[in-house]
Design a protein around this ligand. Structure first.
Ligand code: F6P
Length: 379
């Protein structure tokens, strides 16, 4: 079951907000909502700048309506973010705790992905922190990768998907004009969710992702098959759009070289030339103004996280799930929002590991859908 101190932070005490790891569009909306809920409940909102790195440095700033008034529609995070090696050490975490205690902070809202949520667990590990550390922690899932266990959606995924689709629509125009094949690589780390959903929404001809468990030879063969299928179409365009998740086990250079060579051999010299182009969308996918959905999701999750924390919940994450999606004994439905749940961070970590190794129910379901969609895409 999720942890609960049962002891709400003392009225009026500082409650800090921190964003960490890869930024995600909508983090600002979460910071804004958290600030508003903390302040309206009579507590002091504080911001930690630059994630756990700033926490170790004691870089805390007061937050209030003036600081967050205009951030809702901005991408990135107004608090700054960082990936912090020092926080991985016992000494780094001890310094972070000392900073929180010195500032009188009695609650911390961590907005971020898997690494950030694992950091929240380590920070408040009773065996490491000892009985005198009196700061509760709550997580808010934010990562464009959608690879966090026990939440159907993380903040930033929807905006990233829209950014990919917009880019692919543009690429499709030029690809169609030249009858070219484009391989578009998108972020997502080890998770193919972004690639798959964007491929459906962009009308791609093929999608490549780690979870398909294809060898490099099989990946090459599937792209070649897709191009041959397009070439066999009676009319135009014969463009081919392939979305490749960054976790696919073949480099872009190798894929392009091998696909072109195979197609030249198969098509012979009398057909129009095979022209494959590669576009890596990279960090473009992580930027931009958050979509309306991400603004709303971020606001709702932050609201639930803060209200839960102020009610005495601890070492949990606000999650976006359908009631039937919540495994028994890992969480409770929020009393503040019918679509949100409070789930234990330890269960989130376990479920994330199973998701990434492909053994969780969601992973199995996603893999099945991915396979089905893969067969349909070229049509
Ligand atoms: O986890 C978010 C993410 O954008 C991944 O999709 C990507 O692999 C990684 O972060 C990139 O990290 P960095 O910004 O540190 O290069």
């Amino acid at each position: 079951m999720p942890s609960s101190t049962g002891t709400p932070p003392p009225p009026g005490s500082p409650i800090a907000i921190l964003s960490s790891g890869g930024d995600a569009p909508g983090m600002n909306a979460a910071i804004r909502a958290a600030t508003a809920v903390i302040a309206s409940a009579g507590y002091q909102p504080m911001g930690v700048r630059y994630g756990y790195r700033g926490l170790i440095a004691g870089d805390l700033v007061p937050l209030g309506p003036d600081q967050v008034a205009t951030i809702l529609r901005e991408g990135g995070t107004m608090l700054g973010s960082a990936r912090c090696q020092e926080f991985m050490t016992l000494e780094g975490r001890a310094t972070a705790r000392a900073r929180l205690t010195a500032a009188g902070v009695r609650g911390l809202v961590v907005i971020g992905g898997n690494g950030s949520l694992a950091g929240a667990m380590a920070l408040t590990d009773p065996a490491e922190a000892g009985p005198d550390f009196a700061c509760a922690v709550m997580g808010v899932p934010a990562s464009i990768d959608n690879d966090i266990g026990l939440t159907g959606m993380a903040i930033g995924v929807d905006t990233a998907m829209n950014t990919i689709v917009e880019a692919c629509d543009k690429i499709s125009d030029t690809a169609s004009a030249h009858d070219r094949t484009f391989i578009v690589e998108v972020m997502g780390r080890a998770c193919g969710y972004l690639a798959m959903t964007a491929a459906v929404a962009a009308g791609a001809d093929a999608v490549l992702f780690r979870e398909a468990e294809k060898t490099p030879d099989e990946v090459v063969a599937s792209v070649v098959k897709t191009v041959m299928h397009a070439r066999a179409r009676a009319g135009r365009p014969k463009r081919v759009l392939v979305i490749k998740s960054e976790g696919t086990p073949i480099s872009n250079d190798e894929l392009k070289t091998r696909v072109d060579a195979e197609l030249r051999a198969r098509l012979g010299p009398d057909t129009p030339p095979v022209e494959t182009r590669v576009t890596v969308l990279g960090h473009v996918v992580r930027g931009g103004r958050p979509s309306a959905f991400d603004r709303l999701l971020a606001s709702r999750l932050a609201n639930v996280a803060v209200r839960g924390l102020l009610a005495g919940h601890h070492r949990e994450m606000a999650a976006w799930l359908l009631p039937g999606d919540l495994p028994p004994d890992v969480g409770v439905r929020s009393t503040d929002d019918p679509y949100c749940f409070l789930v234990g961070l330890d269960a989130v970590q376990r479920e994330t590991a199973r998701l990434l190794e492909g053994t969780s129910d969601l992973a199995v379901w996603r893999r099945t859908v991915f396979h089905d969609v893969e067969d349909i895409l070229p049509y």
